[in-house]
Design a protein around this ligand. Sequence first.
Ligand code: FAD
Length: 275
Amino acid sequence: MRPILPPTRAERVTATGNVRVEPFDEYNRALVAQVHPPGWVNPVAAGRYHLVVLGAGTAGLVTASIAAGLGARVALIERHLMGGDCLTVGCVPSKALIAAARSWQAAAESSRTFGGPDISGQGDFAAVMARMRRLRAGLSRIDGASRYRDLGVDVFLGEGCFTAADTLEVGGQQLRFRRAVIATGAREAVPPIPGLADAGYLTNDSVFGLTELPRRLVVLGAGPIGCELAQAFARFGSAVTLLDQADRVLPRDDPDAAAVVARRDAPARPALACA
Ligand SMILES: Cc1cc2nc3c(=O)[nH]c(=O)nc-3n(C[C@H](O)[C@H](O)[C@H](O)COP(=O)(O)OP(=O)(O)OC[C@H]3O[C@@H](n4cnc5c(N)ncnc54)[C@H](O)[C@@H]3O)c2cc1C
């Protein structure tokens, strides 16, 4: 059965330029209201900025707030969601899933190890994801447009592009600057595997939009992010296969430490396989 995949990032910008994050429930509305507020009016560019920061992910936010705190005139430009990957499709949602998966695992092990009550049956994956969205929305004010405006940063929502060595255009305005920081982050790299595009695939950009647990999941890449997602989904009950072109998990990490992770499967749940 072909999985129903959440829409890509590009499909989530509506015709009016507002941003949707799927599923567009009360939590994701609250998230967007902070980090890409509908109806946000960009300030009028204030002369020549000491600093413009392109991209309001972790790097851009920290740069902008420190510079503004030191008294610089700062413009921060974001085309999608302030907070970037870390808040929306990285650290925050993945840690929420890991915490839930660890708790499920502890519950499943409690009978065998600690004489706890027998746990059987399926958990509620949709509730795990809703909790994640709730927590993410709750944190989003910290990265939000209003907060940064209150910190003294001129926040511009829109696609920024350089038009001269000292000028950046956003939303029809030319922002002149003395210095610029490019903090535009990274995008997923899709490996050229025959059939992958036809089969459909998730990336970190879409996996946190799931509301149903995939029955089977192949995770390509056994670095820290691949390992943590593979383990979490295995603990939720997906049959997970973790693949890497290297001959072990965590190929960039210490081999002894990686061996500990490789041995740590998910008892009482489908085991992780490393190929
Ligand atoms: C699943 C997962 C889990 C992770 N867990 C952790 C963790 O536990 N701890 C940790 O330290 N790191 C973690 N990371 C890594 C962390 O998310 C990234 O290192 C971090 O988000 C990078 O921040 P950044 O500001 O460089 O880029 P991004 O967060 O990618 O921000 C770049 C921003 O620039 C914007 N942008 C790009 N081009 C333009 C343009 N032309 N105009 C306007 N805006 C533009 C983008 O929309 C984006 O918001 C994780 C990553 C993933 C995927």
